[in-house]
Structure formats: structure tokens, C-alpha cells
Write a protein that binds this ligand. Structure first.
Ligand SMILES: Cc1cc2nc3c(=O)[nH]c(=O)nc-3n(C[C@H](O)[C@H](O)[C@H](O)COP(=O)(O)OP(=O)(O)OC[C@H]3O[C@@H](n4cnc5c(N)ncnc54)[C@H](O)[C@@H]3O)c2cc1C
Length: 404
């Protein structure tokens, strides 16, 4: 599957990637991670830091070149589904627990970013979540009440308070704290490098082609070698159409751009990340070197268009939206891309052990908060492997997908 098309921005920002070998022998390990994107890198890093397990990562591409190279790098505890709506759907206890887990996951990402041997351009940030319509202002008011009730860091802004900070105003907005932004490609590459230094063996251009259950685990075959593993973690992202179908996930495509560095972003209040209540939503952030990264315009098709002209045209539409918010800016596109994007039907990721195939784990962070979900997945799966239990695993069980 072609996971993205157009010109990706992040891979141009980091030239110190490691070249990993192709697997050309038969090896054994405790844990095989299939996929070296954000999910696989977080699992590998977490296992290398917190356990003595012998870990191997294989990727059919160069690690980090799947969806994680198209990620726009906003890290937020708020999910695409608002807390008060999730309370209606899942009940108060589970919904609040889920939001708390996401908040802790952003903190864990911060800790990892601070520990790494190189800077992944990680910045703690606040987010402005504005009401796209008058009706949505009432939803934001309910969301403010729910977030505040459970002690999440949130402020409510009235139209004049928005206008005093920005050149635009809206019917209402929430400001959430404890969020962050990152260069996701760099983050993945540095985590993998540091995991490799700690003993994780990583192989690129090494597809998993067949897996057979054995008495002690699995035999996993690639083109030129095999891995005997006690446990397997599938961190394969959106690529596996069949798996996505079984899980009942929606696989769409989404557009994003990076601009050339701008001379000044001083009308962008504190460089807060910005998103909105409309679906699909527009979102925007800045970078350390003064660019704007923005995205949206999701379409109900699984793969990016092959025609670069379409991607450029969508990019121009995103720029028009930026200018609506920041009329003083003259952003010029430096990169525009389109990529596959997966969402689960209930808005929660698929994380955990296969209900019928023990020893087989899934770390599938489907949703707008993919990175936060991947972090959650890394922590939950580590505990499932080492302790056989994690209190949150029931929320994300892949058994909730009907056809598995
Ligand atoms: C345009 C866009 C913007 C986004 N913005 C954000 C954002 O701001 N914040 C956020 O949190 N999330 C965002 N996301 C979501 C985020 O990109 C994903 O959650 C994340 O990239 C998923 O990482 P992953 O490791 O699961 O998948 P991937 O990065 O795709 O990694 C999976 C890897 O598995 C490998 N693989 C697959 N099958 C096999 C096999 N059989 N054998 C070996 N290897 C295999 C692939 O080669 C790939 O490298 C965005 C997504 C898109 C498309």
C-alpha cells in the first residue's frame, strides 16, 4: 500500500538516520516488533529501557518512512471525541480514565523526549480548540465543564478573549495545557537509534511474510531470514487493509503542508496549536524554525492521489484557511503531502493481545492522537508481556472488533 504521496517535510529535516541491515540469517529473540514507525519505535524504546527482554524490530521499508513521516506532530491529551461525548458513549468511569491515560501518555512522551541522545524538537505547548459554529460553542461549554470537573488543565475563552490574542475571533474556545509538539520523524529515528544502542536489533527492508505458531512462540519468515520469537507485537500502522477491515476501522486520506519559514509569527499568540470542532477539522502548529504545519481536508479514500497537482491544490486551500486566521502572514508552501489515515469507529485505539492467539499483540494507534495512543500501547503491551496484566487493556481490546 502507498501510505503517502507528494513531498514530505519531516524527512528533509534530519540526515543522521541509521542504516540498518536486511535480515539475512535465522535469529531468536523474546519479542519481535513488526513495524518501525512511531508505534514500533515507542515499543522498542520502552522495552529496551524498562525490561531485560531481547527485542528485534523488522520493517518492510526503512523505519520511519510509513505514516509516521506524514504525521504533523501535535501531541494532545484531548481526543477527537470530546470527553463529555465519550462519557455518554462509554460511561463516566471509562471515559475519564481514558482521558487520564492520554494525559499521562503525553507526560511519558515528554520524559522520553528529554532522555533521548538528540533533540527531537519537542516543545511543551498549549492548544486552542475553537468552536467552528455557534452550535458548537454550546458543546465546548459542556466540554469545559466536564474537563474542569475532572481536573484537566483547561480554560474557557469568550469571543473577546480570543480576539484579544489573535486576529480572528470565534464563538468560544478552550485552551488546554499539558500538550506538546514534536518533529515526529526525528523522534522515531532517535528512539530507534537509542534502542539499538541499548541492544535492540533492527532490520530494514525486511517484510514479515509468514508467521507460524510453535510450541514456544512463533516462527516469522521474511525474504532472507527467520525470527523465532516468544512474543510478536504488530505495530504495522494503517497498512494492513485486511486487518483494518477485520477491526472495522475507517481508512481515509488527509492532506498537510509545511510552509517556508516566516519572518515573524508574533501575531500567533504564544504559538499555541490550533484546531477546531468541525469534522474533518483544520489544524495548525508552528515549528522551531518559524514554519507553519497545517492539515485537514480529509477524504473518504484510502490512498493518497498519485497526481501531485491535486495535492498541491489541496495545499493551496489549506494556505487560504491559514490566511483567514492570520491575514498579516504570507505563507508560501514548501512541502505538501497527502497520506492514509485510520480511525476506529469508537474513537479508541486497538491495543492488546489477540483474544485467541496468545503471544500476539497489537499496537494500532488509530485516530487523530495516534502518537499518544502509540505511547499508551507501548506501556500497556510492556506490562502485558512482563506482568500479564494492565488495568487499561480492557478499554482498548481488539476483541471489541466484531470479526476477529
Ligand atoms: C497527515 C497526517 C497527519 C497526522 N498528524 C498527527 C498528529 O498531529 N498527531 C498524532 O498524534 N498523530 C498524527 N497522525 C497519525 C500518526 O501519523 C499515526 O498515528 C502514526 O504515524 C502511526 O504510527 P505507526 O508506527 O503505527 O505506523 P507507521 O508509521 O505506518 O509504521 C508502521 C510500519 O510498519 C511497517 N510494516 C507494515 N507491514 C509490515 C510487514 N508485514 N512487515 C514488516 N513491516 C511492516 C511499515 O513499513 C511501517 O514502517 C497523522 C497522520 C496523518 C496521515
Amino acid at each position: 500500500m502507498n501510505l503517502h504521496n507528494g513531498q514530505l517535510f519531516w524527512p528533509t529535516t534530519y540526515k543522521n538516520e541509521e542504516n540498518y541491515p536486511v535480515l539475512e540469517e535465522n535469529i531468536t529473540c523474546d519479542v519481535l516488533i513488526v513495524g518501525g514507525g512511531m508505534s514500533g519505535a515507542l515499543c522498542a524504546y520502552t522495552l529496551s529501557k524498562e525490561t531485560d527482554l531481547d527485542v528485534v524490530v523488522i520493517d518492510r521499508r526503512k523505519p520511519g518512512f510509513g505514516s509516521s513521516s506524514a504525521n504533523t506532530g501535535l501531541l494532545q491529551f484531548s481526543s477527537d471525541k470530546m470527553l463529555h461525548e465519550l462519557i455518554e458513549q462509554k460511561g463516566e468511569q471509562d471515559a475519564v480514565y481514558f482521558y487520564q491515560l492520554c494525559q499521562q501518555a503525553v507526560e511519558s512522551l515528554t520524559t522520553i523526549a528529554q532522555e533521548l541522545s538528540e533533540d527531537p524538537e519537542y516543545r511543551k505547548q498549549k492548544s486552542l480548540y475553537y468552536a467552528s459554529t455557534r452550535e458548537d460553542a454550546a458543546r465546548l461549554a459542556r466540554e469545559y465543564e466536564a474537563l474542569q470537573r475532572y481536573d484537566f488543565p483547561v480554560e474557557y475563552l469568550e469571543p473577546q478573549e480570543i480576539a484579544s490574542r489573535f486576529a480572528f475571533t470565534k464563538e468560544a474556545a478552550l485552551v488546554t495545557g499539558g500538550d506538546a509538539d514534536v518533529n515526529p520523524y526525528k523522534f522515531v529515528q532517535i528512539m530507534l537509534k537509542d534502542a539499538a544502542k541499548a541492544g535492540v536489533r533492527i532490520f530494514e527492508e525486511t517484510p514479515l511474510m509468514r508467521k507460524t505458531k510453535t510450541v514456544h512462540g512463533f516462527t516469522c519468515e521474511s525474504e532472507k531470514g527467520t525470527v523465532q520469537a516468544r512474543h510478536i507485537i504488530f505495530a504495522t500502522g494503517y497498512e494492513n487493509d485486511f486487518l483494518a477491515q477485520q477491526l472495522g476501522a475507517d481508512i481515509n486520506r488527509s492532506y498537510a503542508i509545511a510552509t517556508e519559514p516566516l519572518p515573524s509569527l508574533k501575531t500567533w499568540y504564544k504559538e499555541w496549536m490550533i484546531w477546531e470542532t468541525k469534522r474533518p477539522y483544520l489544524y495548525m502548529r508552528t515549528t522551531k524554525d518559524g514554519r507553519i504545519i497545517a492539515g485537514g481536508l480529509d477524504e473518504d479514500k484510502p490512498e493518497a492521489p498519485l497526481n501531485d497537482g491535486i495535492i498541491r491544490e489541496r495545499g493551496e486551500r489549506i494556505v487560504e484557511k491559514i490566511i483567514e486566521h492570520f491575514p498579516d502572514l504570507s505563507p508560501e508552501i514548501s512541502h505538501s503531502w497527502c497520506a492514509t489515515f485510520g480511525e476506529s469507529h469508537d474513537g479508541l485505539p486497538y491495543i492488546g493481545e489477540h483474544p485467541n492467539r496468545l503471544g500476539e499483540y497489537y499496537c494500532l494507534g488509530f485516530g487523530g492522537n495516534g502518537t499518544v495512543y502509540s505511547m499508551l500501547g507501548a506501556e500497556i503491551i510492556k506490562d502485558l508481556i512482563t506482568k500479564g496484566f494492565h488495568p487499561a487493556s480492557r478499554l482498548f481490546t481488539i476483541a471489541r472488533a466484531v470479526s476477529l
